[in-house]
Structures are given as structure tokens and as C-alpha cells.
Write a protein that binds this ligand. Structure first.
Ligand code: ZN
Length: 271
């Protein structure tokens, strides 16, 4: 055991640094991948530059490949407010936290006909909502010390989330009430196992993204009250073995000067 002590609020916990629990979906360039909107797959091709060959199988001295991908669509990624602003703002500048007290909850999305909660576009009968009611209930079951990060695992927790194409299949998304609740709870980092916190076809409103970053509906500008250091991580996968509860989250991104970066969120159990 590589035990590290940390103080969260008034309490002291240990974490075992030798037991990281990754909740990223590995991006397999040669295998099955998740895909939002059925865009081009993420690909990796050996480079050739003059006499250099970036493939050891073809006589090169080492491997070096060019990768091509769309962070928002090809797998686990973390995004910042720059996702919806005209001004280009980068995740590299926005993400200030590296170790974050986090709570993981499992939530059953509800049939839109069975809930009183709302979403600002016309919904179809098959749409499912992650409600404020469901999030609040699952948080009540946990001893909770004001987490800065909320990780939502949707039920059923099917392994197909690692390879799902989201186009004809519309995955669950958050109700307006759920998103306001998350903001009220001062959650700075939201992580979900869905391609978007909004309906993937929402007439371009991205209303939940705007609530989370406190940008006016319909606006493309930040204001002085916008939450510029908040992040959203989408397309995670939380294995069943990782129980609901409180963790320390290490949110790792590539140092991209871009609104989003592929990411590797890692959880550490608090002991
Ligand atoms: Zn995204």
C-alpha cells in the first residue's frame, strides 16, 4: 500500500496511490470506439517524413503516429466554457483543480411521461431524463462532505457505453431542474457517462451547458458571474466494481489550448 493522508474539511482520509480507478474509456485506435453523431472514427497512422518511417514493422527505428480525432465525439473528454462562447477559451486555462473531492452516484433516468421535470425542447416518448429528484435521492443515501465534483453513472450501466454510436439512439440527458440543482450545490466539475448533458439534438440550445457555466440562454458571451473554471467531462465509463460514494478525483487532461481535451479522470477511494 502507498498510503497518502489528505485532509478534506475537518476530516483526515487516506488514499492508496497504487490503486487508481480510471473512469476513462480507453481510446482504441484499432478497435471499437464510442462515437457521438457517427462522426469519423479516431484514427492513428504511422508518419512518413522523408527517409523516416514511423513504423518499426516497416523498417522504421521507432513508432511515431499521427492521430486524428474529435475530442467531443470520439471518447472521454473534458470541456470548458469555451465550448459555447464566441471567444476562444481553452480547457488548459480553465481547469485549475487537479485533486478534487468527488461524489459518485448511480441514477436511473426517468421516462419523460413519468416526471414533472422539464426540458426546453419538445421531447419524444422514448426520451429519458436524469431528474433533480433522482440525483437528490441518491445523494441523500451518502454521507457527503460538500463535494466539488459530481460523477453520474446512469443505470443500467451497460458495457455498450464504451462502444455506442449515438445518432439514432438518443441517450438520457439532464432536466433543467437537475442542472439548476447541480449549480445550487456548487458543483464545479460534472462527469457523466453520456455524450452530452443536453439532448444530443436540442435545436442547438445547449441549455444545460449554459446553466452549468452561467451563460444566459441564447448567449455566446461570458458575463462577470459565469463559472469560467467549471468543467464538464463526458463519455466516461464507471465500472460496476466502483461503488457509489465519496472519492478523491484526479482529473487529467492533455495540455490542449482548445475548448476540450481528451481526458483521464482517475478516482481514489477514501479510506
Ligand atoms: Zn463535449
Amino acid at each position: 500500500m502507498n498510503l497518502l493522508s489528505i485532509k478534506l474539511g475537518e476530516r483526515v482520509f487516506g488514499i492508496d496511490t497504487g490503486k487508481p480507478l480510471s473512469i476513462a474509456i480507453p481510446l482504441d485506435f484499432a478497435g471499437a470506439q464510442p462515437n457521438a453523431y457517427d462522426v469519423e472514427r479516431a484514427s492513428s497512422t504511422p508518419c512518413e517524413a522523408g527517409a523516416l518511417v514511423g513504423d518499426t514493422r516497416r523498417g522504421g527505428s521507432c513508432n511515431f503516429e499521427q492521430v486524428k480525432f474529435i475530442p467531443h465525439c470520439n471518447g472521454t473528454h473534458t470541456e470548458c466554457i469555451g465550448h459555447i462562447t464566441r471567444e476562444r477559451i481553452s480547457i488548459h486555462d480553465c481547469l485549475k483543480d487537479a485533486f478534487i473531492p468527488a461524489t459518485l452516484v448511480s441514477v436511473e433516468p426517468e421516462n419523460t411521461l413519468e416526471t414533472q421535470e422539464t426540458y426546453p425542447v419538445d421531447l419524444s416518448e422514448t426520451d429519458k431524463l436524469i431528474t433533480r429528484n433522482a440525483i437528490e435521492k441518491s445523494l441523500q443515501n451518502l454521507e457527503n462532505d460538500n463535494p466539488k465534483s459530481l460523477i453520474i453513472r446512469t443505470l443500467p450501466n451497460d458495457e455498450s457505453k464504451k462502444t455506442q454510436t449515438y445518432l439514432e439512439y438518443i441517450p438520457p440527458f439532464f432536466s433543467t431542474e437537475a442542472m439548476r440543482f447541480i449549480v445550487e450545490r456548487k458543483i464545479k466539475h460534472l462527469l457523466v457517462d453520456l455524450p452530452s448533458i443536453d439532448r444530443i439534438f436540442d435545436k442547438g440550445k445547449l441549455s444545460n451547458h449554459r446553466i452549468f457555466w452561467n451563460i444566459e440562454q441564447g448567449a455566446f458571451e461570458t458575463n462577470e458571474n459565469s463559472f469560467v473554471n467549471n468543467t464538464i467531462t463526458e463519455m466516461i465509463f464507471v465500472a460496476d466494481e466502483i461503488a457509489d460514494g465519496n472519492y478523491l478525483l484526479n482529473l487529467q487532461i492533455a495540455p490542449f489550448v482548445s475548448d476540450a481535451s481528451p481526458s483521464r479522470p482517475v478516482l481514489f477511494k477514501l479510506i
